[in-house]
Design a protein. Structure first.
Length: 255
């Protein structure tokens, strides 16, 4: 989840044994209510979130809904989420890399794309019980407790396979990758939807959008040059992804 830079947001690095699966732990903590809805942009990751504060509110085309889950899973996004807390904010999140959430939840993730699911209903273990245990702990101790639970689930089985190789190099041509590794594109598609939640092509587009949106501010060349640098065919394809994934145009980030 790509959060807005003005939010009271902090990241923590995972233990080296988890770095293949977990991008970071993060917290958003504020004693005052955030008055406006903030966009959370697609970033090719998914998150487990523990909420120690008021229910979260979502604004979907003017319709307001409430998330009352104390712990929940947010699947990979293909569109921004507009959200805010209903009062003071106190959140702890685990941001998973591509297949990371599947590694620990062991559930097909396609059904959770662009959705939020209660961790109590989704997870067969005891992660959801941590919310009460962590409620009055400082952030560092919360992170340590969550990390301990994840390490307990890690196991010793190898997680390196051809699908892993693709997600480690998502800019590579899908056709060329499958041909070079004697893997059918249908198999890659099926495993990508199961383990990540979207197709390989959609995953590639989100990764490229994340890279482009993070590098555009301050770019002093033309949008066509920037599009080529980011791996887009032309400016039109760049603008299409920004409209779809961010609901804004790339020109709005240029100074």
């Amino acid at each position: 989840m790509l959060l807005q830079p003005d939010m009271p947001y902090t990241e923590f690095r995972p233990d080296f044994r988890l770095q293949q699966f977990v991008e970071c732990y993060w917290c958003v903590k504020s004693a005052t209510q955030l008055n406006s809805f903030r966009p959370v942009f697609p970033d090719a990751c998914s998150d487990i979130i523990f909420n120690f504060s008021a229910p979260l509110l979502y604004d979907e085309h003017g319709t307001i809904s409430y998330n009352t889950f104390q712990s929940f899973y947010v699947g990979i996004q293909t569109a921004p989420i507009f959200t805010k807390a209903g009062g003071a904010t106190d959140l702890l999140g685990v941001r998973f890399k591509n297949q990371g959430a599947w590694r620990f939840l062991r559930r097909p993730l396609a059904e959770f794309s662009n959705k939020t699911a209660s961790l109590r209903e989704l997870d067969e273990g005891d992660l959801h019980n941590l919310t009460e245990q962590m409620a009055f702990l400082p952030v560092s101790e919360r992170v340590n407790l969550v990390e301990l639970r994840l390490l307990e689930r890690l196991g010793n089985e190898s997680q390196y396979d051809l699908v892993n190789q693709f997600f480690n190099r998502p800019s590579e041509s899908i056709h060329a990758f499958c041909k070079a590794n004697n893997l059918s594109e249908r198999t890659l598609e099926r495993k990508s939807r199961e383990r990540v939640g979207v197709s390989p092509k959609m995953y590639q587009r989100i990764v490229r959008f994340r890279k482009a949106s993070g590098n555009l501010s301050g770019f002093d060349g033309s949008l066509m040059e920037f599009a080529w640098d980011m791996g887009y065919y032309d400016h039109a394809h760049l603008a299409k992804d920004f409209r779809e994934f961010g609901h804004f145009l790339p020109s709005s980030l240029m100074h």
